[in-house]
Design a protein around this ligand. Structure first.
Ligand code: F6R
Length: 251
């Protein structure tokens, strides 16, 4: 596991965007795993700018989003499908047939989850997975207690996640309590993983994920087992990482 600590959230976002741009330059037909949420907004802004300046092409790329709320159609402003269109897909030259997001409206979410899992496998797996981290250290919507070998599936969101994400919903709008998420086992199969976490409210989750021990109570700590995971943090999010851990990683 590598840890990169930047002075600011903006610098951390630029560093993660750089990883994505280098991946596309190195392998234009890359299969990318993408997150939503507040954290990656700066990453997507950097990528949009790079595309505008002719420094990034998604013409041959394929993407798989991590998750989607059950019960929200793609047109709903709070859906992750809408988020991805607004923040990335509408602004870059991606073929939308290759930009995959689980359907939150599937009649049977378990069948949809199995279809999604099979589609990832049919594309030969994911080259680069970008992740955010929940305040409770969830990755995707794998909440504490998720098995480290879990696959793409229907999950219940915890009250703390529902509360953390309430701000993304219009006042009075119904907020889903379930989602389809890639599993932790699915995520661990991605060839390279980059986790972006910024702000003090993520410091405990980062420390529990990075310092270990690895446990199902801390979904982010599953990444300890992955051979190519990098945490990109700002100083606030890195605050509780043990100094010894940082020295060990610098050695
Ligand atoms: C989003 C996702 C979640 C978020 C996490 C952090 O697709 O999978 O795991 O990355 O909830 O969300 P923010 O960035 O809003 O703090």
């Amino acid at each position: 596991m590598n840890i990169i600590i930047k002075d600011s959230a903006a610098d951390a976002s630029a560093a993660v965007a750089d990883v994505l741009l280098r991946q596309l330059a190195h392998k234009p037909g890359s299969v990318l795993g993408l997150p939503t949420g507040g954290t990656p907004l700066g990453v997507y802004a950097n990528v949009r700018q790079a595309h505008e300046q002719g420094r990034a092409s998604f013409a041959s790329a394929t993407t798989f989003n991590l998750d989607e709320y059950i019960g929200l159609p793609a047109e709903d402003p709070a859906s992750y499908a809408h988020y991805m269109r607004e923040n990335l897909f509408a602004h870059v030259n991606i073929d939308l047939d290759r930009a995959h997001i689980p359907s939150g409206m599937a009649e049977d979410p378990s069948i949809e989850a199995a279809r999604y899992e099979a589609l990832i496998a049919a594309h030969g797996g994911i080259d680069l997975m970008l992740l955010g981290l929940g305040r409770n250290a969830h990755i995707g919507f794998n909440e504490p207690g998720s098995a480290h070998d879990s696959r793409t599936r229907r999950v219940s969101l915890t009250p703390s996640t529902i509360e953390a994400n309430a701000g993304y919903f219009e006042p009075g709008a119904r907020q889903p309590s379930h989602a389809i998420t890639m599993g932790i086992g699915t995520i661990l199969e991605c060839r390279k993983i980059v986790v972006l976490a910024t702000g003090l409210e993520k410091a405990e989750a980062v420390a529990a994920s990075v310092n270990g021990p690895s446990s199902e109570d801390v979904p982010g700590s599953a990444l300890i087992w992955h051979p190519d995971t990098t945490f990109v943090l700002d100083r606030a999010a890195a605050r509780h990482i043990e100094r010894a851990k940082i020295r060990e990683l610098e050695a």
